[in-house]
Design a protein around this ligand. Structure first.
Ligand code: ADP
Ligand code: ZN
Ligand code: ZN
Length: 723
């Protein structure tokens, strides 16, 4: 009889002992199901022992040990332990997050590949070219041509996806064929001098841990650099981990990677996969059968016995940071992992996070540059439109309207970028001053004219648009300000012949709608796009030559110290959508502050000047990345309760904070009410990470032993992105 020590997903940092007749040391790292309370829980075996602090007679027996797949290796358990330690989260919860749900439940894992990549076959192209009656299968073909390669499950989800079986039977659509290795090698582009230099530098540094920051303008061919380095890693018999910020970007990239490495096994890991596919991919990685693992932030937890290289694309992207539960940063965890496994890591971006950029300046990371585009000869011309002295028509300046008109005449696409969805941010009564407020949040209800609702963008609650002011009965209540729907409506009036397409989280609510929109845009079936930040990331639109930016000024003066950094990144990114193919691009920024340094840097595409300035400001104000922060947040039905708990936490902190750790005041969060709960926060900060870590560890330990009122919840956020 052995004692099995198990980490379970419970909000306690402890391990749980069970008995087993047949467990051995070889079971360490295996998934397991055990009785817990009146039910059952699943977890991972972290140790096998001969005795327990608890009387063995009182221990329960394990239910099931998952022995069909390899155990999780020691370095993986260490990784999980590191994340638990650094983010002060219970290890069992980190394991629950890191493992695919099916595997964690110790379910059987099917090895069958059931979600292949699909492409349009020669017969399909011929069918499209031939005159035929419109059919569902043809519609599907057209979508697929526009989308490029997609997973079977994605094709199924397209509007005409029910015709998939039909199209497959006719051979119009075929599973992606593994090209033969010689073909793939023959098509490689000639590297630019900068790409070559970057690759040489990484290779010359050898296979050990070096953190690199690849700073390359949009379209400079960062992906080509990743692929060449991946090729060398595969040749050396090692695995590659590649992280991307967006699920939507994975199928295209996966196809590109699979096409480049025909004999390699490429798998993707992200939360959009069916449970079976995710488990299968994870096990392929764990057992060393997958060569390249591609995925969103949770892929950083893939077990990789032959790991040789980590790539993090768009490393500045906020979606690498999980904003609930275990609030980890996949980018930062990836860097730790690269050090742990002694392999190189390449972080890539056109607009790096100030954190990474600062590491290069301080000599902790090594910098690589791609300053020119690989194909289009020039970066888009960025111009400011001074809106102080012009009459705007629903936010659109005459210059922007004229520029859109020119694109229309030339058959090119324009994008009006406005980072606010809905028709107008608020409905108000000019006679009594009433504004539409969310009953559950400290936020305004947004006017959605498309479906005639008032909607809260924070808690999601909605109601009909009232006909009269609910306070004074005034009939003349007005939408105030503007969002995508309002701009869309005006564009439709201004350009009656044009096909206007709105792309935001309302119009592309599901993955399916979003894919369909991308297909519409790529097929050139829209002339003017009105979009939010959804449009900014990663996708290439060859016909798009104009980006007009509306309403960006608000972020210049936002209370959040990271707002300008995000704005710069967003504008550079969205601007990078213009003129990606052989057509030159133009970006027009409407602003009342044309001389603002942020816009001046943007016009020159000078990220470094912007970053240097932003970093100086952070230094003067004592903000990250110069300092390190942890945020304790609490929420309760009444603000008072949250404040009281944090005040107590603050006293505890002050009693034990060493010199160099600063404990700030308890304050209500900027958006105090959210979904009927009221929230407050307490910031602690230190110049040194280790000092902060050590202190926070003791502090949280003390907090865990506090008795809480029933309705109070608290969470700790290490390296918070929102403060
Ligand atoms: P980034 O990720 O830096 O924005 P991409 O890697 O997407 O840029 O490259 C932009 C375009 O340039 C892609 O179409 C890519 O195929 C092409 N490309 C990249 N490197 C080269 C090269 N050396 N020669 C020709 N085309 C290239
Ligand atoms: Zn009123
Ligand atoms: Zn709300």
């Amino acid at each position: 009889m052995r004692i099995v020590r198990v980490s379970l997903p419970v909000p306690l940092p402890q391990l749980f002992d069970y008995t087993s007749e047949d467990a051995t040391e070889g079971d360490i790292g295996r998934c397991i199901r055990v009785p817990f309370g009146r039910g059952e829980k699943s977890g991972v075996i972290v140790a096998i022992a001969d005795d327990s602090a608890i009387d063995p007679a009182r221990l329960k027996a394990v239910r099931h040990i998952q022995r069909e797949v390899a155990p999780l290796p020691r370095d993986w358990l260490e990784l999980v332990a590191f994340v638990a330690r650094y983010y002060h989260a219970p290890p069992g919860e980190v394991i629950a997050l890191a493992l695919p749900p099916g595997l964690r439940r110790a379910d059987a894992v099917s090895d069958r590949e059931s979600d292949p990549l699909l492409d349009v076959g020669d017969a399909g192209r011929a069918a499209l070219a031939a005159p035929r009656r419109p059919s569902r299968a043809l519609a599907l073909l057209r979508d697929l041509v526009a989308l490029g390669v997609v997973r079977h499950s994605v094709a199924r989800a397209l509007p005409s996806g029910d015709a998939l079986a039909d199209a497959l039977r006719r051979g119009w659509i075929v599973p992606v064929r593994r090209a033969n290795p010689a073909d793939a090698a023959g098509e490689l582009p000639q590297l630019t001098a900068e790409q070559g230099a970057a690759i040489d530098a990484v290779l010359a540094a050898g296979p050990g841990f070096v953190p690199w920051l690849l700073q390359g303008v949009t379209g400079s061919g960062k992906t080509e650099v990743y692929l060449r380095l991946a090729a060398r890693t595969l040749e050396a018999g090692c695995q590659v981990l590649m992280l991307v910020p967006e699920i939507a970007l994975t199928p295209q990239l996966e196809a590109r990677v699979a096409g480049r490495f025909p004999s390699a096994t490429v798998i993707s890991l992200h939360s959009g996969l069916a449970a079976g596919a995710r488990s299968r991919g994870f096990v392929q990685a764990l057992e060393g059968r997958a060569d390249i693992v591609l995925g969103t932030r949770l892929a950083v937890f893939a077990a990789l016995p032959r790991l040789g290289l980590i790539l993090v694309d768009e490393e500045h992207d906020a979606s690498y940071k999980q904003q609930e539960g275990v609030r980890y940063s996949a980018r930062d965890v990836a860097v730790w992992r690269a050090r742990q496994r002694d392999v190189p890591i390449l972080l890539g971006s056109a607009t790096p996070s100030l954190e990474s950029w600062q590491h290069v300046r301080a000599g902790r990371y090594r910098g690589l540059r791609l300053s020119a585009r690989a194909v289009a000869s020039t970066l888009p011309a960025v111009r400011r439109i001074d809106t102080r002295r012009v009459r705007l028509d629903e936010g659109l300046s005459p210059a922007l309207q004229a520029a859109i008109g020119e694109r229309l005449a030339r058959g090119e696409q324009s994008l009006v970028f406005i980072n606010r969805r809905g028709y107008a941010p608020v409905l108000s009564c000019p006679s009594c001053g009433w504004v539409s407020q969310c009953p559950h949040c400290s936020a305004n209800l947004v006017v959605h004219l498309a479906d005639r609702r008032l909607r809260c963008h924070h808690c999601g609650c909605d109601s009909a648009i009232p006909r009269v002011c609910p306070v004074c009965g005034n009939q003349d209540i007005q939408p105030f300000g503007r969002g995508t729907q309002r701009v869309e409506a005006r564009l439709v009036e201004l350009f009656p012949g044009a096909r206007v397409l709105r792309v935001d989280r309302d119009s592309a609510r599901t993955r399916k709608q979003w894919e369909a929109m991308l297909a519409t845009i790529a097929a050139g079936e829209a002339d003017i796009l009105v979009g939010t930040q959804m449009m900014a990331k990663g996708h290439d639109f060859p016909q798009l030559t104009l980006v007009g930016v509306v309403g960006a000024d608000a972020s210049l003066h936002a209370a959040d110290f990271r707002a300008p950094e995000r704005l710069f990144q967003q504008l550079m990114q969205v601007g990078g959508r213009a003129g990606r193919a052989h057509l030159p691009g133009e970006v027009l920024i409407q602003t009342e502050y044309p001389e603002h340094p942020l816009y001046r840097c943007l016009v020159r595409h000078d990220f470094d000047a912007f970053a240097a300035r932003a970093l100086d400001e952070r230094r003067q104000a004592g903000f990250p990345p110069i300092t390190h922060q942890a945020m304790l947040r609490a929420d309760a039905p009444a603000l008072d309760e949250a404040m009281k708990f944090l005040a107590h936490a603050r006293r505890l902190a002050q009693d034990s904070a060493p010199e160099g750790v600063q404990v700030f005041d308890v304050v209500p969060m900027r958006m105090t009410r959210l979904a009927r709960r009221e929230r407050a926060q307490l910031l602690v900060e230190a110049g040194e990470r280790a000092l902060l870590q050590e202190f926070v560890g003791r502090w949280i330990h003390a907090l865990r032993t506090q008795r809480l009122t029933r309705d109070l919840r608290w969470q700790l956020d290490v390296d918070p992105l929102e403060v």
